[in-house]
Design a protein around this ligand. Structure first.
Ligand code: WT7
Length: 636
């Protein structure tokens, strides 16, 4: 039996049972056999979910880049580590071998050092999907700097908030980025953000699009100039197991984004382990995850998990629709991709197009398909299974979160029988619980409840950077001794899990988490707006679309509504980013409120779903009369 690589269902159950009975022993064996340590740990696990504290492999010392790079040099130095496929289909792909990647990481790490970066410093990375993004992430990790990657589709305000929140003094960005036919001006977004971030003293600029950009004297430097003078010899910084590795922001249901802090050893062990099993990666395979490294999926399953396993990981700069909707499949054919991992929203968008886009390419190299980010609907699942997998490649519907660091629920392809829309079974080491309204655990099968996790796993986020109270409050206060995920789930007759969606005020649009509060804050900034509430409603490509109910101030009542809608969406774009723009905006006389003044989003959600005949009892509202007028004016 192999604990590290599960190959059939019986083995899964054996490994799972062992991981629950003796979690510490289970993870210790894996940590020992499959990774390089500079010093062995003294204690496998210390935890309590009250404080909460979680520490894995305390006393252990290591560097994650030694595990991702150095240890592979002797055995697979010439093998491709990163396979970069550029936006332009006519530009050649770049095969970056393990030894070349090692060199590039060492050089960039030395550049960071030459600019004064020290262990523990936070570095903001705002780069498109080009190799330098992965190199920058690893360069930080090599010298013990904490990377905070901000998705390069976020606005300058969102970027500034994230830079300030974790006090970054350095930003690594590019001049611009290619997205299909568009060229985006990233450096000017950075410049604008930095007007609010006087603490940032250094900006390193990677040239990608070669457009004209402003360079601030003594602050901004071209990365290429510095790399040229930099040595390729950079010894690792020896890190403690629980030293911070990175911060990654995720939107919450209230207030500012949460900087989830991940640490070194547990994150490494768990992401490597889950990568191996969920994708059944074998030597020679070419693995492709289409996510952006700006999200947790990219951190864990483009960079760290694959590289720890010595895999070949594809990085794609472009979009699925350029030059046409066959691009994904053209890439699969060209690079003989064996594992393909994408999001339901991408599958739904592609399923709308002519199926010839898929059928024109040879996809016979595919062995495993994956999805992540939101529940996959049955239709999309079947389209994926039939047209992409030719009913021959199992689909891993993988459930996880920025907070969990790695995949928690997923079939093990070729072992776990799959059922559409079910993420199926917890991975080894993952102890799930469903909770009822009385905050008790629901035992048995064929039940539905709020999804919790009752035992620590190695890659869980350890805190919200700078706000441990909020961490406890958000994840550990709803249920005693449990981590609460914010999702609802059902467990079927055989124990399979199906994630039913968020139970808090987070709306998932095209796989992106949108917290209602920050978007409402942006809307409320408009001088004509008195109050707003946003809800999601079903959308056949995006999963959810956004619907805003807005009441205007008296001064705004005479304004042209279409102009107002444009201005409000523009405001959202500039404060958060284009992904958070509203699909529908309805101006109302008031918003339904409880007697304590809380907006009843449930009612607004029903109206947006065109289910206003199912509102239930609204007589306890403070202002039941507004509901009728909202229904009349609804934009459905
Ligand atoms: C939320 C986490 C995990 C990587 C990308 C999103 C939803 C994620 C699934 C899935 C149903 C899913 C959950 C979760 N989600 N994967 N396979 N089935 N829902 O990371 O931005 O932190 O979002 O995404 O609601 O809580 P994230």
């Amino acid at each position: 039996m192999s604990n590290y690589h599960i190959k059939h269902l019986e083995e899964y159950w054996q490994v799972y049972r062992k991981s629950v009975r003796h979690p510490e022993h289970f993870w210790e064996e894996i940590a020992e056999e499959h990774f390089v340590w500079r010093k062995r740990w003294d204690k496998v696990l210390e935890w309590d979910f009250d404080t909460p504290i979680v520490k894995w492999f305390q006393g252990g010392q290591l560097n994650i880049t030694e595990n991702c790079l150095d240890r592979h040099l002797a055995t697979r130095g010439n093998q491709t580590a990163l396979l970069f496929e550029p936006n332009d289909p006519n530009s050649p792909a770049e095969h970056i071998s393990y030894s070349e990647l090692h060199q590039r990481v060492c050089k960039m790490a030395n550049v960071l050092k030459s600019k004064g970066v020290q262990k523990g410093d936070r570095i903001c990375i705002y780069l498109p999907m080009i190799p330098e993004l992965a190199v920058a992430v690893l360069a930080c990790a090599r010298i013990g700097a904490v990377h905070s990657v901000v998705f390069a589709g976020f606005s300058s305000t969102a970027l500034a908030t994230r830079i300030q929140d974790c006090d970054c003094r350095m930003v690594i960005c590019s001049d611009g980025s290619y997205r299909g036919e568009k060229i985006l001006d990233l450096k000017s977004i950075v410049d604008q953000a930095l007007e609010e971030c006087p603490e940032v003293s250094t900006v390193l600029v990677v040239q990608r699009t070669l457009q004209d950009i402003a360079m601030v004297q003594d602050r901004d430097f071209y990365m290429a100039d510095l790399l040229e003078k930099s040595s390729a010899d950079c010894p690792i910084e020896i890190m403690e197991a629980e030293d911070p590795l990175f911060i990654l922001y995720t939107s919450g249901s209230t207030g500012k984004p949460k900087g989830m802090l991940h640490t070194t050893a547990g994150y490494m062990v768990y992401t490597a382990y889950t990568f191996k099993n969920v994708f059944q990666y074998r030597d020679g395979d070419v693995y492709w995850c289409t996510a952006d490294i700006g999200w947790i999926t990219g951190h864990s399953y483009i960079v760290y998990g694959p590289l720890c396993n010595g895999a070949t990981s594809v990085m794609f700069e472009g979009v699925p629709s350029y030059p046409d909707f066959g691009r994904f499949w053209e890439i699969v054919q060209k690079h003989k991709v064996s594992q393909f991992y994408t999001a339901p929203t991408a599958i739904r968008a592609l399923a709308k197009e002519n199926v010839d886009y898929v059928n024109s390419y040879d996809l016979s190299s595919l062995k495993v398909l994956g999805t992540v980010g939101e529940p996959i609907n049955e239709e999309a699942w079947h389209w994926y299974n039939e047209n992409v997998g030719k009913k021959n490649s199992p689909i891993a519907d993988t459930w996880f979160q920025t907070e969990t660091g790695g995949i928690m629920i997923s079939p093990i392809p070729y072992s776990t029988p799959t059922i559409p829309t079910f993420a199926t079974l917890p991975l080894p080491g993952v102890q799930l619980a469903l909770m009822d309204h009385e905050r008790e655990e629901i035992k048995g099968n064929q039940v539905h409840g709020k999804l919790c996790i009752k035992f620590p796993w190695p890659s869980m986020a350890r805190t919200i950077y700078g706000d441990h109270d909020r961490y406890r409050e958000t994840y550990f206060s709803a249920y005693d001794q449990m981590y609460f995920t914010g999702d609802g789930a059902m467990r079927d007759a055989v124990g399979y899990y199906r994630i039913t969606g968020r139970v808090d005020d987070v709306i998932i649009v095209s796989g992106h988490n949108i917290g209602t509060a920050p978007v409402e804050d942006a809307i409320n900034e408009h001088p004509a707006v008195a109050e707003s509430a946003i809800v999601g409603y079903p959308h056949d490509v995006k999963g959810n679309a956004l619907y805003a109910y807005i009441t205007l101030k008296e001064s705004g009542e005479d304004r042209n509504h279409d102009n107002l809608r444009k201005e409000i969406n523009e405001l959202i774009r500039s404060r958060i980013g284009p992904i958070a723009k509203m699909d529908k905006i309805q101006f109302t006389q008031g918003l339904p409120k409880t007697r304590s003044g809380k907006i009843m989003r449930r009612i607004l959600r029903k109206i947006a779903h065109d289910e206003s005949n199912q509102l239930g009892d609204i007589s306890t509202l403070l202002n039941p009369e507004v509901v009728e007028s909202i229904i009349k004016g609804a934009m459905i």
